[in-house]
Design a protein. Structure first.
Length: 82
């Protein structure tokens, strides 16, 4: 089998990258040494969210509401993509 792209790692980042490449029409192989989402993705307490009110408040105070709104929009876009 021939592929156009190889993604190493089947965590959130690797699988998202593979999906985006497939959406662009590439044939993709994902290589994972263990179980899917069992490494950092499976062992972390991190979460995919856009609800960081403290960060938005701090951004608004330091850099203005426009910067805070841009950060919020980028987070929501990332959340939607994942």
């Amino acid at each position: 089998m021939t592929v156009q792209a190889v993604v190493i790692g089947a965590g959130i980042t690797g699988l998202t990258a593979a999906r985006l490449l497939c959406e662009q029409g590439l044939t993709v192989a994902v290589i994972e040494s263990r179980r899917v989402c069992s490494g950092v993705t499976g062992l972390t307490t991190a979460k995919v969210t856009a609800l960081q009110s403290t960060i938005y408040t701090e951004l608004s105070e330091r850099w203005g509401d426009e910067t805070s709104a841009a950060y919020a929009a980028a987070n929501l876009e990332g959340l939607e993509m994942i």
